[in-house]
Design a protein around this ligand. Structure first.
Ligand code: ZZB
Length: 261
């Protein structure tokens, strides 16, 4: 599986993250840290409203070069080390460990999003064995993201998030003839999806959203507004890579466990 790996720069750590990283302050000094999210849909990055981590997952912060470090799972870092993404090939230099729970509430920059910064939030179904373990959230086009964001808005205390972190609305990104420009909310409504726990309906909704978005979608925003998604997808990915906001990340075959089963 080939992903676009999106670099989301940390602008302001959460209080819990600051505490968890206190002993690594020296190693992190002078380095920009990025949460790196693996996505199959670079064309939807205009609609990012937040980013998700698993609260039970332990992440590492790995040195890329003198100036940059990536917050991902160890598994992903290991793969990256062998894909010439770090300046020393095949070598892992871990600067810190941090539990996903502590990363929640951190403010990051989401490239191409119309929001100046977004928050890291918790999601129940983040797989530690897939991608980087960091998932960028596009509630307009991803039913899982929309359902999760709704859960957090309904029960912020239960999910240990502040209401202001989840005070965002889905942003239209692409237009489809059948579902308009809010395909994920529309599908969640049609399939009576009430929470991120509705796994079966969410898997069906995801499949439809992928197909409709790719085959019927037309860009509704951005530089390629009016262009078919099929044509704009690669152009948007290439532009992100050219700006060094993203890079290609490959998942070795045979290690992929799909969220949808
Ligand atoms: C942004 C995005 C926007 C995504 C969208 C999807 C959609 P898949 O579909 O199962 O093959 N993802 C990536 N890593 C993980 C993980 N570790 N745990 C859970 N989810 C993860 O997987 C690819 C998609 O699953 C990725 O693409 C990512 O979410 C998420 F509008 O990135 B995507 C209809 C889907 N729309």
């Amino acid at each position: 599986q080939e992903y676009t790996a999106l670099k989301m720069k940390v602008l302001q750590w959460s209080d819990n993250a600051k505490e968890a990283l206190a002993s690594a302050a020296d190693a992190l000094k002078d380095k920009d840290v990025y949460l790196v999210a693996a996505t199959l849909r670079p064309e939807t990055m205009y609609g990012q409203t937040n980013c998700f981590v698993g609260t039970d997952i332990t992440y590492g912060i790995y040195q890329v070069n003198d100036k940059e470090a990536f917050l991902v799972t160890e598994r992903a870092a290991r793969n990256m080390a062998f894909q010439k993404i770090f300046d020393k090939e095949g070598v892992l230099r871990k600067l810190a460990d941090i539990p996903g729970e502590a990363v929640v509430g951190t403010q990051i920059k989401a490239p191409l999003s119309t929001l100046p910064h977004v928050y890291v939030l918790p999601m129940d179904n983040v797989l530690p064995t897939k991608g980087t373990g960091v998932v960028t959230s596009v509630p307009s086009d991803s039913p899982d993201d929309y359902a999760t964001l709704q859960d957090l808005k309904k029960k912020p205390a239960y999910y240990k998030v502040l209401p202001e972190w989840v005070a965002v609305e889905p942003i239209p990104v692409l237009e489809t003839p059948t579902y308009g420009n809010m395909i994920a909310p529309k599908l969640c409504e049609m399939k009576k999806i009430n929470s991120q726990k509705d796994r079966v309906q969410l898997a069906e909704a995801k499949e439809i959203a992928y197909k409709e978005g790719f085959y019927q979608g037309v860009m509704a925003v951005g530089e390629y507004k009016g262009m078919k998604v099929q044509d704009a997808k690669t152009k948007i990915r290439d532009a992100l890579i050219a700006k060094k906001d993203a890079f290609v990340y490959n998942e070795p075959e045979g290690l992929i466990i799909s969220r949808s089963g």
